[in-house]
Design a protein around this ligand. Sequence first.
Ligand code: BGC
Length: 772
Amino acid sequence: MKNYIQATEWNIIEEGFDPHLNKISESIFSIGNGRMGQRANFEESYSGESLQGNYVAGVYYPDKTRVGWWKNGYPEYFAKVLNAANWIGLELKFDGELLDLNTCKVSDFKRVLNMKEGYLERSFTAELLSGKKVSVVSKRFCSIADDEIAALHYSLVPLNFSGKLEICSFTDGDVKNQDSNYDEKFWEEVARSQQGPVSYLTLRTKKTAFEVCTAVQSSVFKNDKAQNLQGAAEIRDKYVAQLAVLELVQNDRVDIYKIAANLSSMNYATTELQQAAQQAIARACAKGFEVLLQQQQQAWENKWKESDILIEGDVAAQQAIRFNIFQLNQTYTGKDARLNIGPKGFTGEKYGGSTYWDTEAYCIPFYLSTAPAEVAKNLLVYRYKQLDKAIENAQKLGFKNGAALYPMVTMNGEECHNEWEITFEEIHRNGAIAFAIFNYIRYTGDESYLQQYGLEVLIGIARFWKQRVNWSADKNKYVMLGVTGPNEYENNINNNWYTNTLAAWCLNYTIEAADLVKTLAPQEYARITEKTKLDTAKEFEDWKNIASQMYYPYDEQEGVFLQQDGYMDKEQVLVKDLPASERPLNQKWSWDRILRSCFIKQADVLQGMYFFEDDYDLETLRRNFNFYESRTVHESSLSPCVHSILAAKLSDEQKAYEFYLRTARLDLDDYNNDTEDGLHITSMAGTWMSIVEGFAGMRVRNGKLKFSPFVPKQWKSFSFNLNFRGTTLRVKITATEISITNHSAQALEIQVFDRYYEVAQGEQSITYQLCV
Ligand code: BGC
């Protein structure tokens, strides 16, 4: 765990330069706008440890899989989130001496991520080996107001010398992925040119043939006077540059601006890409850096109006939740139903592929409440569009009749994860996708989603479960063999309670959804049954049968649902008895030892109890929580938020708060020693859930909002904004009161604990301690 980020309410601040922390900071200070993003790499040359990262949404490379023993059904490739052209590059030489913070003496170093206004700023003084001192301030952002545009302002002053400054402002596409399986480079050049002040570089990915055109206009000013730039003499493949040579007198000020447009063939025909880039760069340059920045500030102000959480009385917690919300909004904006939320977003390469069950199980609630309904809807439509591929994927594994198995990891609907125990066995992801449809409709009331998209997906998923179970004569029940639950610390298990529960729920929900569509939109129902060739009588009967006769492992002695068959055969040791020196297990123990142990990586049975909480009374929840919490090591960042929400439901406020802390500052404090690989973007949505579903106890039941709040004793109050069915609300919770401001004309009936209140336009305070 590290503790070098200063706690302030709106800014992430690092003061002093420690090269050992640089890769961690590159992740933490990442910027993005849903369409592109980058790690906080330095603009000037840096020969120290760094993970260079520029990413363009949806653009990936199918890197050839590396596995020992090839098995039938294995995916051909492991998708790589591609490191793309670096447009911020500045090579700066003072009388021939390179500015490189790895070789200079650095003082007054400060890096600030301004979350309120959406930009990254860095300042420092560097003393070169020759003794020359330069002070630098740089500011950059990826515009969320115009998501094809990014901009940089780099300003420097020679403090104690006069001399020659050579500036090489470049775009470098000759980049690699650190996680390339065969050390291969993934890009090839299509075109490069210099047209007036703008450099163009168009690159194409090998195999997938995505094209990305990066257009950059560089301009240089000395004491506010424009300077000449010319094409660089040394021009190489996948690289464009412009040079300026300036004679500087001590204390002159040099301002370098780079305005970039990054466009991909996701959005333009390759034949039109360069022209579109020309238009984008002209549009941005006509505004200039300062106007673009103002628009960025305005756009972020609007984003915060929708999604901010205000915490009074705890600055570290305030900073942390804003950081989580900021990064989520930088990663996904919901404008494009082909995009999704990668576990590392635009902050690192790890995890390849953009879409995991994380999106449906963890991210949907955040976007549902903090953005217009289309945003969460687009995440669902993404899966609808990939239904054919999910059916193909299931066919490859031997399933028939339109059964759909969504991939564990994907970019375009094809499976691109290659560990058999995950690809073939971690099939619970199918259930999370169905649950997200239910969750979206429960929140928005938009039942028409079923007829438009949802029902077809549910039918494919139900067909999969039908074929995935088998009848056990021994147990006289349906069983599901050879699966991996959310707990990846054991594979190839039989009857994972969570997966069986989810499968049965999916079968019932699909029938319910079909009935609803039949009633609400009979013609659509006819279209869908025809399209999917659904034999309603036979298939519904089969599904009902399976759902009602599913086997659920249970331990009578402990009174708990059993994570899987045989779990009690394991030596039962508790996490509290594990020596600290042996944790995290995944770094200290052999995989074999982990697999045989009773330790659980992340919420599994408890994930199911979180999804279907209304099916269980508090005592059942308490027994299961106590049993599983004491065996869970939370070695997935997705885990503590579920435990936090359940602890809150069980009125264990202290535990709820402790789990919350584990998710909230996970990356800022580098809890798991892995922030340098990138941020844990999807678990950030879990942090939001811990506050809104945990501390505020927010639920949607019978089409109405319900709250069962408390305030952690470390805080004075907390407030958050919500979009709910056409209304926008501000909810503030103190130790005794919940006040709800309804910003819309439409009145809402809201439940607080078990009482109902009519909340008209304006503010209403409810003393909730009286309702408990
Ligand atoms: C977790 C998975 C998760 C993946 C990506 C893994 O460590 O066990 O549940 O989908 O990370 O976040």
